[in-house]
Ligand binder design. Structure first.
Ligand code: PMP
Length: 307
């Protein structure tokens, strides 16, 4: 979880360099003002002993869309960044792990207009276990509804993964941890449930699965995968507004994200959710997800890029 990471090599600005040499100047523009974009991608060991990156083209597409939204021009092709992801895994001999592409604005002028400062790109890969803990995957985690509000959609453009926007998530996450919870759930500026600090949220009630519509949440790649897996199994999934009290009376709640995968929630704000442990629909979808990433689901093998 919070372990320090160290590997062998990092892809920076088109070159694979030793880990400890991947440094930046303190006048790096993104460091001051937060205008940068990133992705989080996972690679899994498949049952046949190979390694596969989950939904690589979708992550690379979102990286470029995040840059476009923010008027940043990434000076590499999508193919080059995809290749850098695969190379980072190979060069660090990682059979499974997490990959972080980051496009940031380098040093040059200061002030809010980054003008002609270079757009730089790093791709870093490291080993990363269960983001919300092994135990949480089975027993479910405890969440609090945050005292912080998810940015208004015209402040945080939700289609992008923008570095500075994550201060909002960090405030919520740290508050939740300091208060003894595992994760924070944020409401949007109108009071409706948005998402967790770094995950999308789903609830189950009377056999129907519900998740907030895309307007005020990140278009999660795990979210869309889980919706497709659920529908394939004949389950009903609706994208509709969710209120805070609806969380409390749900039969099941789970979070989805690249880091968190499919994590059950057993309690929110001291209210037990359903029977207070991982529910049957959550378990079915968790299993379906892990079947895909382990290469056991032929139908969804198109979501895997073998390393
Ligand atoms: N919402 C937020 C705010 C996130 O940071 C993430 C993680 N990228 C998600 C949702 C889940 O998205 P994905 O499934 O694409 O990782």
């Amino acid at each position: 979880m919070a372990a320090r990471v160290h590997g062998e090599r990092i892809w920076l600005d088109g070159r694979m360099i030793p880990w400890d040499e991947a440094r930046v100047h303190v006048l790096t523009h993104t460091l001051h003002y937060g205008l940068g974009v990133f992705e989080g991608i996972r690679c899994y060991r498949t049952d046949d002993g190979r390694s596969a990156v989950f939904r690589l083209p979708e992550h690379i597409r979102r990286l470029f869309e995040s840059a476009h939204i923010n008027l940043m021009q990434i000076p590499y092709t999508r193919d080059a960044i995809s290749q850098a992801v695969l190379d980072s895994l190979r060069e660090n001999a990682l059979l499974e792990g997490y990959i972080r592409p980051l496009a940031f604005i380098g040093d040059g002028v200061m002030g809010l207009n980054p003008a002609d400062n270079p757009v730089r790109v790093a791709v870093v890969a490291w080993a990363w276990g269960k983001y919300l803990g092994e135990e949480g995957m089975e027993r479910g985690i405890r969440c609090r509804v945050s005292s912080f509000t998810r940015h208004h959609v015209n402040a945080k453009m939700q289609k992008g993964k923008t570095c500075g926007d994550y201060v909002n998530s960090i405030l919520a996450k740290r508050e939740a941890l300091l208060d003894g919870y595992d994760e924070a759930i944020l409401l949007d500026a109108t009071g409706l449930v948005a998402e967790a600090s770094g995950e999308n949220l789903f609830l189950v009630r009377d056999g129907e699965i519900k998740t907030p519509p895309l307007a005020n949440v990140l278009e999660g790649i795990t979210r869309s995968s889980v919706i497709e897996l659920a529908r394939d199994k004949g389950m009903t999934v609706v994208e509709a507004p969710i209120t805070r009290d609806e969380l409390y009376i749900a039969d099941e709640i789970f979070l989805t994200g690249t880091a968190a995968e499919v994590t059950p929630v057993r309690e929110i704000d001291h209210r037990q959710i359903g029977p207070g442990r991982r529910g049957p629909i959550t378990k079915t979808l968790q299993d379906a997800f892990f079947d895909v990433v382990a290469g056991r689901d032929r139908k969804h093998e198109r979501w895997l890029t073998y390393v």
